[in-house]
Design a protein around this ligand. Structure first.
Ligand code: GLP
Length: 247
């Protein structure tokens, strides 16, 4: 695991956008694995800026990590809408190359299988962006997740429902289920991973991920089993790392 501590959120966003740019420059038809949440918004803004300065997304494919189950793509808080608002509407990506798991299918099992197949057909994911929940989740792989699982329907943890209530206006309105790439999907299908974390509320999870043991209780700790992971954290999120205290 490589650790990059940035001065602040903006520097974290710029650093991670440049990582993605390098992958696209090297491989114009790269597959990007994308995340939602507040953390990557700055990175998406930087990617839009890079696009305005020539970065070409016309051949790029994208695969999102997760989506809520039971809401339509048009729902104001769907990850589908988030991705179009934050990134896809502002770059030259073809909608045919955008993959976001659907949470509104009658056969969710079939949707999960299909999503895994689409990732495999694309030859895997060249660079996957991850955030981290304050309970250590990645995607919607909550504490207790089995590392052998692939894309599937999952139950959200109470702490995630509370954390995401800010987007829905109240806890009651947050969906209880989601469809998420599994830990196995992330470890086996992604060639390179960057995990972004910003703010003090992520400091405990970041420390446990980097300095703790590999355990299903902290799903992000499984990233230690992957050969090419870069953790990009701002100083607030890094403040409980022993290594950051020594420097
Ligand atoms: C959400 C998403 C994750 C995201 C995490 C952190 O529930 N499913 O993919 O990384 O929680 O979100 P935020 O960046 O808003 O803290």
């Amino acid at each position: 695991m490589k650790i990059v501590v940035t001065k602040n959120y903006d520097e974290m966003s710029l650093f991670s956008a440049k990582q993605i740019m390098e992958v696209i420059k090297d491989k114009p038809d790269a597959s990007l694995g994308l995340a939602t949440g507040g953390t990557p918004i700055g990175m998406y803004q930087q990617l839009i800026h890079l696009h305005e300065n020539g970065l070409d997304f016309s051949k790029v494919k994208t695969f999102n990590l997760d989506e809520y189950v039971g809401i339509s793509q048009q729902h104001p808080e769907s990850y589908h809408k988030f991705m179009y608002d934050q990134l896809f509407n502002h770059i030259n990506i073809s909608p045919d190359n955008v993959h976001i798991p659907r949470g509104d299918c009658s056969d969710m099992h079939e949707q999960c299988e299909l999503y895994e197949k689409e990732i495999q057909l694309a030859g895997g994911i060249d660079i996957q962006v991850l955030g981290i929940g304050s309970n250590g989740h990645i995607g919607f792989n909550e504490p207790g997740s089995n590392p052998e699982e692939r894309t599937r329907v999952v139950q959200l943890a109470e702490s995630t429902i509370k954390a995401n209530a800010r987007f829905f206006g109240s806890e009651e309105l947050v969906p209880r289920l989601a469809i998420s790439m599994g830990i196995q999907t992330i470890l086996k299908q992604c060639k390179k991973i960057i995990l972004l974390a910003s703010g003090e509320e992520k400091a405990d999870a970041v420390r446990a991920m980097i300095e703790g043991e590999v355990t299903p209780e902290l799903p992000a700790s499984f990233l230690k089993l992957h050969p090419d992971v870069t953790i990009v954290v701002d100083q607030q999120a890094a403040k409980k790392l022993i290594v950051s205290q020594a420097s």
